[in-house]
Design a protein around this ligand. Structure first.
Ligand code: UN1
Length: 485
């Protein structure tokens, strides 16, 4: 089968029609994969608002049943959807399968959650009174996702939003629109099986920035959950705040790993290779800064240089490939701006931008080291005292993920303590990327502060209501206030 036949087969199996003006290109060879139609934001918001009127009355465990069915359909579709992710985002097939697995996992999580949207009972200060707290559906949720996780990030949001009683509108990355179409086909299968989901409960709106802006500004959207660059978040955040909407921002990362003298260097080297070079450095959790104790730095860097030189860069559809292409030429240029003539392009598939992951030793954290360049560049810094390493970990504008490699309990605990890492994620003896869905995912500072996926991240998707009930025959006022005639 030629690559073109293979593409056609994937699109057929994914149930994608391919018409319209918006074009999707494959980073593998720069060729057109297919086309999609621009969506209608106004219509989508109206339909979502109507769906909310119905969906909020459906009992949460029943809403969970729809998500359970979605998980089932995703299991069936996993191999085909993974192939499409690889075609459209350029990530290797193993990682694409992992991405679909994240979707399935979060569906399972949300099904359980649909029976656990617990509120509190609170002791009232007044006799014969009871106080409680309930969590009600919030309203339509807009999910803006990026090319690098073209489907999983939608699922983290959609699965939770749906069990919480909210319709979902999805504006996928303009670099990965077909993945959105394929997921909608799967959603429709789940909805058909479910039987009674309101029309407009889950919608896809394709388009570029202008479409995103119309959705972001629409007062019918109760929550905007946006994943992407800090620049995007700086625009979206204030726009939503202006109309008192709610945001969940998951923006840039500049994630570090501290490697201490006691570290298991074999494990550390493997973790560094996956987290710095994997996904061609295009995860928001990608390892970008390695902070190594000076006593082991020469040894570790030499080992990493060997690994980086050997790692197979190439066509992500091939099982032996570990690093696929960059998403596009703009990405290549951004990497070249940092590396200059030291950038090493790899001849893999014509039309794609393939690069060898790079190691850059730096004396200080300044200039590009403070920025998130979405490419496989690993900066290496040396430290003497752990406090200095933690200060380096924290002194960047972003605060998503971080990690430490050490066998020393004191060092590990200090890193996770209140005076340790300032990031939303702090790992010990694993890299900063590849988080499980069970934890809350997100970070501080310029990463935007939002939390998605597991733990109690669901609380962003609901509104809190405090209830005070008087079951007595008197009317005592709070704070002992007397107000009688
Ligand atoms: C992202 O890059 O936007 O922790 C999400 C990870 C993945 C998700 C990354 N589970 O690397």
């Amino acid at each position: 089968m030629t690559p073109a036949d293979e593409t056609r087969e994937i699109l057929d199996l994914a149930g994608i029609e391919c018409a319209g003006k918006l074009v999707s290109y494959s980073p593998i060879d720069g060729k057109v994969i297919g086309r999609v139609t621009r969506g209608d934001p106004e219509q989508a918001c109206a339909r979502a608002a109507a769906a909310f009127e119905i969906w909020r009355n459906v009992p949460a465990p029943r809403r969970g049943e729809l998500v359970r069915l979605l998980g089932e359909r995703l299991r069936e579709a996993k191999p085909v959807l993974a192939k499409l992710i690889t075609l459209e985002s350029g990530k290797i097939i193993q990682e694409s399968l992992g991405e679909v697995q994240e979707m399935i996992d979060v569906c399972d999580f949300a099904v359980g959650l649909s029976r656990q949207l617990y509120g509190l009972t609170i002791a009232s200060e007044r006799p014969d009174h009871r106080m409680m707290e309930q969590w009600h559906p919030l309203g339509p949720v807009l999910v803006i996702s990026a090319f690098n996780f073209p489907v999983a990030v939608w699922a983290w949001n959609a699965a939770i939003a749906l069990v919480c009683g909210n319709p979902v509108i999805w504006k996928p990355s303009e670099k990965a629109p077909l993945c959105g179409e394929a997921v909608m086909t799967i959603v429709r299968r789940a909805m058909d099986r479910f039987g009674s989901a309101p029309e407009g409960l889950v919608q896809l709106v394709q388009g570029e920035r202008d479409v995103g802006e119309l959705l972001v500004d629409d007062p019918r959207i109760a929550l905007v959950s946006a994943t992407g660059s800090t620049a995007m978040g700086r625009d979206v955040g204030p726009r939503v705040a202006k109309r008192f909407g709610r945001v969940l921002l998951e923006l840039g990362g500049n994630n570090a790993m501290i490697v201490c003298p006691s570290a298991d260097l074999e494990l550390a080297a493997r973790a560094i290779l996956f987290s710095a070079a994997g996904t061609a450095g295009q995860r928001c959790t990608t390892l970008r800064r390695l902070i190594v104790h000076e006593s082991i730095a020469d040894q570790l860097v030499a080992r990493l240089r060997r690994l980086f030189a050997q790692v197979k860069v190439g066509d992500p559809r091939k099982s032996e490939t570990l690093i696929g292409p960059l998403i596009d030429e703009a990405s290549f240029k951004a990497m070249k701006k940092v590396l200059g003539g030291n950038i090493e392009q790899v001849e893999a598939v014509e039309g794609g931008f393939y690069v060898r992951p790079a190691i850059v030793e730096v004396g200080a954290q300044e200039g590009t080291v403070l920025k998130e360049t979405f490419a496989p560049i690993l900066y290496v810094l040396r430290y003497q005292e752990l406090d200095e390493a933690i200060a380096l970990n924290n002194s960047v504008p972003q605060g998503l993920s971080s990690s430490i490699f050490t066998l020393d309990l004191r060092e590990a605990e200090l890193f996770m303590s209140a005076r340790g890492s300032d990031c939303g994620i702090a790992n010990v003896n694993i890299g900063p990327s590849g988080a499980e869905i069970g934890g809350a995912f997100g970070g501080e500072k310029e990463t935007g502060g939002g939390r998605e996926s597991g733990s109690d991240a669901w609380r962003t998707y609901v509104r809190r209501q405090t209830n005070t009930v008087n079951y007595g025959t008197d009317l005592p006022l709070a704070q002992g206030i007397k107000f009688d005639l």
